[in-house]
Design a protein around this ligand. Structure first.
Ligand code: UTP
Length: 295
């Protein structure tokens, strides 16, 4: 059976971003740039490549920078046009391709990722939808992870989430899945999911990374999900119920994941993207080599 593409992708960008303060005091962490593009733009490009046409941003107190980024910038565009800077004008105008619709909803309090996704419900409606956490940056060439998930969803109609193998000692930092017997494939049927288990309690070392395609049933499940000990509604808890009710698959994606919610992950991404940058790469590599020699 063929199903329609995932038309709507939700971007929760209302977290407090405490690990990056003070950089995140007035602008969301998803606006931090990797070389010359903010994290959120990489995420938006991934969603569009997977077929999304409606982008739903769940914003918090720092929503202005983000809204402005995807809006027309009349003064800047006029200035660039007057100075004959056509390349830069194209770059600025290309931030959001024609035909893509951005909508914004406010999460008034940072009550957790599950709560942020629930805030998007009136804008998503009764359709399956994608979720991308822009601080999980994934370099996967011309087959971005959301595209891989969308293909799986089209084939099965089941919710599907992305996972990657992590050091077994680090499971308490992630949601971790329990899968049906290893099939040798990259997709697995998920048997259960646990939020931040201690290594001795973890059902596997497959950690959830910020890409999901979810059926709209998740909204009803989120509504009845109790807050955790910190008062946050966890998406993982609602997914656990979805697994029992409808079945959920996971994908061990191919690609390089950078946890840009942490400073070290952010710096790793910056170095790799700078090395691969068409204009900067060679000079930056030379700079790094010089530093190594002089260190
Ligand atoms: P994180 O767990 O990284 O939390 O959120 P955070 O608040 O953004 O960052 P730290 O830990 O304080 O440094 C994971 C994703 O969920 C979104 C975040 O914006 C991020 O994309 N989120 C989290 C929300 O939109 N709302 C929330 O209430 C919590």
């Amino acid at each position: 059976m063929t199903r329609s593409a995932i038309e709507t992708v939700v971007f929760p960008v209302a977290g407090l971003g405490t690990r990056f303060l003070p950089a995140t005091k007035a602008s969301p962490k998803e606006m931090l740039p990797i070389v010359d593009k903010p994290l959120i733009q990489y995420a938006v490009e991934e969603a569009i490549a997977a077929g999304a046409r409606t982008l739903v941003f769940v914003t918090g107190r720092t929503k202005r920078a983000l809204e402005d980024h995807f809006d027309m910038a009349y003064e800047l565009e006029t200035e660039l046009a007057q100075r004959g800077k056509q390349d830069l004008l194209d770059t600025v105008r290309g931030v959001l391709p024609e035909g893509i619709h951005c909508v914004y909803v406010r999460q008034r309090e940072a009550l957790g990722l599950g709560h942020a996704v629930l805030c998007a419900r009136p804008l998503v409606g009764d359709k399956p939808f994608g979720v991308i956490l822009a601080d999980d940056l994934i370099e996967a060439g011309d087959r971005p992870v959301m595209m891989q998930l969308a293909e799986r969803y089209a084939a099965t109609g089941r919710s599907v989430i992305s996972v990657e193998a992590v050091e077994p000692s680090r499971t308490q930092h992630y949601g971790v899945v329990d899968i049906e017997a290893e099939s040798g494939e990259r997709f697995h049927s998920v048997r259960g999911i646990v939020e931040k288990p201690a290594p001795e309690d973890a059902p596997s070392n497959l950690a959830v990374v910020g890409r999901y395609i979810l059926t709209p049933r998740i909204f009803q499940l989120l509504e009845t999900t109790a807050p955790d000990h910190r008062g946050e509604i966890q998406l993982t808890d609602a997914i656990a119920s979805l697994i029992d009710e409808q079945g959920v698959d996971c994908l061990e994606f191919e690609g390089t994941h950078y946890d840009c919610g942490s400073k070290l992950g952010y710096l790793r991404a910056t170095v790799d993207y700078a090395l691969n940058h068409p204009e900067l790469g060679a000079d930056f590599a030379a700079f790094l080599r010089d530093r190594e020699v002089s260190a």
